[in-house]
Design a protein around this ligand. Sequence first.
Ligand code: 5GP
Ligand code: ZN
Length: 409
Amino acid sequence: MHEYTIPLSRRVPQRLADELSKRMFFVSEAIESFELVEESADGTTAVGAVRIAARAPLDEAAMQHLLDRLVSEEIVPQRSVKAHRIWRSGQSATTHDDTFESMIDQGLAIGSGEGQFGFAEPFLGLISHLDVVFRTAAQRSFGAPERRYPGLIATEVLARSGYLASFPQFLMFAGRLHGELDSYKAFVDQVSRPAPAEHAGAAMSRALAVHSTHAGYTLSPAVCYHVYEQQAGTGLDTDLVSVTARGTCFRHESRYHRSLERLWEFTMREVVFIGSEARVLEARSSFMHEVFAIVEELGLAGHAETASDPFFCRAGAAESIWTQRLMELKYELLLPVAGGRSVAAASFNAHGTSLGEAFSISTPDGEVAHTGCVAFGLERLAYAFVCQHGLDPADWPDPVRRALADTRL
Ligand code: 5GP
Ligand code: ZN
């Protein structure tokens, strides 16, 4: 391993150290691991350098240039907004620190690649139960019909929604081979040569660079974009349309994947609201408080506070983060898990008219529709649940045990 200490031209204040950490692996794939180096000067402590480990030798000047750009364009412009805590569970948490390792040992979570897992009972049943609980709440309160959407989404839809330009680091595109006989033959010939183990790496990349094309679709990073696309170009006939759907979502989390806390592939339950500003905001708020009550009934400790999305690379990314926090456009439900950490198990989002405009959706009054969505990360929810209640269903709250027993009948 090659190690470097790269000085930063602009020191990063401590309050933004986490924002820097969250983006480091997206600066360059050459970075194998990193550590922020804090320095004290003029009575303040700030990040003055980054220690980097790389597998191959690095061009230090080029790396410093990349880091300086990241810091000056994406980190330092982030203005300070104090998190607004809007709820705290009455339950207190003791977390089991070995939960993930025990899940692997017991075969409850089966590693299937970077940030990817298969699951077995009783964890699977728990994921389904938590999904049913929140889906049922959405159906009861809003009559939200259940939908099922594909795992692929047209790349054009992600472009139209702004996702493509805001979160390029997460995208996982679907490719396919050129649809010509000669191309298939040449591809087969090229991939027949290396040993099978090389097929995931450089040899396959070389073959695909020549023989493949973008399929026009991307592995969907969220469920709700399907809903806006479906409503595109329509005038709503009521003040509030709500839909709920569960789907598999994909986000390339680089080296940030960790246990079940951060995955490349995960399952999301979404409840989507489209309508007038007042109805959408009211729906987000009332559903959010319903969710908090359910979380408490599930015996879970946690809290909810204002949050922002990891906008990246786009002009104005820092501004978007600031606006989101200041206007309270995103709240996250944070649940304690092993290791003294917390994960965002759900988010409650208001998008203003940006998606209504992008997809030409109007309210019965002829105004541009507002949209909002509530998204649950089911693996994260279930993982926080077992971190707090343990892996043995005998220790789970009675209503959960009863529901799981009923579904097994
Ligand atoms: P958001 O669109 O707010 O980023 O994500 C919605 C929800 O999806 C999050 O609150 C979280 O529960 C889940 N989620 C987002 N990214 C990941 C991830 O990398 N891994 C897992 N397990 N869940 C995620
Ligand atoms: Zn959404």
